[in-house]
Unconditional design. Structure first.
Length: 344
């Protein structure tokens, strides 16, 4: 029994020796696979275009509009009414991720000037370095003239079509938005492109336009209410001032007691003044409450990280690709020799 085990072990050792001897005989094949594995990634790296990444990180603090003063009073007696007004919101959850990459936001960013308030826009810059401008059937420009910098120029159907093509490419290939923590409120915007200026400016302005849109939608109703109450308060103040002057004009320093009707205009004017004053006081109180509600509903977006020059190139280094390709080539050569050896 021991002799059989010795014979079997000897056969295994002999087979291993023969295989390694075969590997040595196939040195040129393994070396060829290693060289190909080394050269191909280096050629790919040399042909690869730059990929400058600009990242912006921010914290989003949601503020609930529900409850208001009632929730504050209830909290003093140990009750929590916040859940009564915490319904679904347009910007809760992952919806803000889709809003950041929406067409309206991306196109607004593309139509901003590279610098200043006029001149070439980010859309023109993207057409230049991406090669998209060379593939268009006709040249197009989105530059903003200095004379009309304050007014957004109207675009033709062709320009809108080009903007849509750029939007699709950027949303799919150049911009990514995600949470740093799936349960947290910290978001990260990453823009990757061949141009450092475009990557940095696009990431910063994408957050700026999103913030403006976000705040406007979240506070539009409260802001409209404040504006309406402010206009009514200003109107009532003018009426109240007019009534005050009118009441003063009817004041008689030495009235004749025989003619008590002479004091009626002053009394009527004083009564009207009191009524207007009461209305004005109520409107002013409501105005202040609306302002407090507006502040409580205004979301807070706090920047954590902003992109700075020089931006890092996201391409893998030549050294990393060389070692990875060499290892892959040696592995392919080894398994190829193993296949040829077992096929004999």
């Amino acid at each position: 029994m021991a002799d059989k085990k010795t014979i079997v072990l000897g056969d295994v050792i002999e087979s291993i020796k023969r295989f390694f001897s075969y590997l040595r005989s196939q040195f040129m094949l393994i070396a060829l696979c290693a060289v190909v594995g080394l050269v191909l990634p280096l050629i790919y790296r040399a042909m690869q275009k730059p990929a400058y990444a600009a990242s912006t990180t921010f914290i989003l603090e949601e503020k609930s509009a529900g409850g208001g003063g009632l929730a504050g009073i209830a909290s003093q007696v140990g009750l929590d009414l916040g859940s009564l007004g915490s319904g679904s919101s347009l910007f809760t959850g992952d919806n803000i991720l889709d809003i950041i990459k929406s067409r309206v936001i991306i196109e607004k960013v593309l139509l901003t000037p590279i610098s200043g308030s006029a001149g070439k826009t980010l859309a023109d810059l993207y057409l230049e370095f991406s090669g998209l401008g060379e593939r268009l059937p006709a040249p197009v420009s989105f530059a903003i003239p200095a004379a009309s910098a304050a007014v957004a120029p109207a675009h033709s159907v062709y320009q809108d079509s080009v903007l849509y093509v750029m939007y699709e490419q950027i949303a799919k290939k150049n911009v990514s938005v995600d949470r740093l923590n799936k349960k947290g409120s910290i978001f990260k915007i990453v823009t990757v492109s061949q141009n450092q200026v475009f990557s940095k400016n696009f990431a910063e302005r994408l957050l700026r336009e999103t913030t403006t849109y976000y705040v406007n939608v979240k506070t539009s109703a409260a802001a409209a209410n404040v504006k309406r109450l402010q206009a009514r308060g200003d109107s009532l103040l003018r009426v109240l001032n007019a009534k005050s002057y009118n009441a003063a004009s009817f004041q008689i320093l030495d009235p004749n007691v025989a003619y008590k009707s002479m004091s009626v205009p002053a009394e009527v004017s004083s009564r009207d003044k009191s009524i207007v004053f009461s209305i004005y006081a109520e409107v002013t109180k409501n105005l202040e409450m609306s302002r407090i509600a507006l502040v409580s509903q205004t979301p807070v977006i706090q920047l954590l990280d902003v992109p700075k020059y020089p931006l890092m190139d996201d391409r893998k280094s030549y050294l990393f690709l060389g070692f990875a390709g060499l290892f892959a080539g040696l592995l392919v050569g080894f398994f190829l020799c193993l296949y040829l050896y077992t096929d004999k």
